[in-house]
Design a protein around this ligand. Structure first.
Ligand SMILES: Cc1cc2nc3c(=O)[nH]c(=O)nc-3n(C[C@H](O)[C@H](O)[C@H](O)COP(=O)(O)OP(=O)(O)OC[C@H]3O[C@@H](n4cnc5c(N)ncnc54)[C@H](O)[C@@H]3O)c2cc1C
Length: 159
């Protein structure tokens, strides 16, 4: 079961799945799961919905694989400068259009953005520099390396 006909999986995996369906080895269903019930007889009742059509299936196993669907939720109403469903930031501080609100990771957007863990870490480091100024306006932020700073090493080992 998948919520739409199109798949983001690799073309090879998709064509293998479609081939299996063509040969009646798998039954592909369009729609979404709306409910599950334990039938207490080692079976599970799965309630599915496609548009307005509801169906029930009795199954032995259910293997859910969730995808990524980004939703801003209430953040969408915070008055931030959005680009479709993403939050626009500058690449110096990763601050949004509202001062002191920052956005890092997959949720932000800027020219050349790459949705990678690596990028998220880089953005976090730069964002933290700016956050420090908001939190400690009178203190000087001393840049240190974990490889050489005894103070940082002490902090990390005491956690
Ligand atoms: C299949 C796949 C493979 C990938 N492989 C790599 C790789 O090899 N190397 C690499 O660097 N990157 C990889 N990435 C990208 C990487 O996973 C992302 O860039 C990274 O996870 C983004 O981190 P994030 O914290 O910004 O967002 P996420 O990891 O998406 O975390 C956001 C969290 O916020 C939660 N959330 C969402 N909305 C709300 C809300 N309204 N309220 C509360 N919580 C909410 C979500 O449930 C989620 O837990 C891969 C991505 C995919 C999809």
């Amino acid at each position: 079961m998948h919520r739409r006909k199109e798949f983001k999986a690799s073309p090879d995996s998709v064509s293998k799945m479609l081939e299996l369906e063509k040969n009646k080895k798998v039954n592909f269903l369009l729609g979404q799961i709306k409910g599950i019930e334990d039938l207490k007889n080692d079976k599970i009742k799965v309630i599915t919905k496609n548009n307005e059509e509801t169906e029930n299936f009795e199954v032995d196993y259910l293997l859910p694989f969730f995808g990524l669907k980004m939703e801003l939720g209430p953040i969408a109403n915070w008055g931030l400068n959005l680009d479709e469903n993403l939050i626009k930031v500058d690449t110096e501080k990763f601050e949004t259009s509202v001062p002191s609100i920052f956005a890092i990771g997959d949720i932000n957007t800027y020219p050349g953005k790459l949705k990678l863990i690596l990028s998220g870490f880089h953005e976090a480091a730069l964002m933290a520099q700016e956050c420090f100024k908001y939190c400690y306006p009178d203190k000087k932020n001393i840049f240190r390396y974990t490889t050489s700073s005894k103070e940082l090493q002490k902090k990390l080992t005491s956690i």
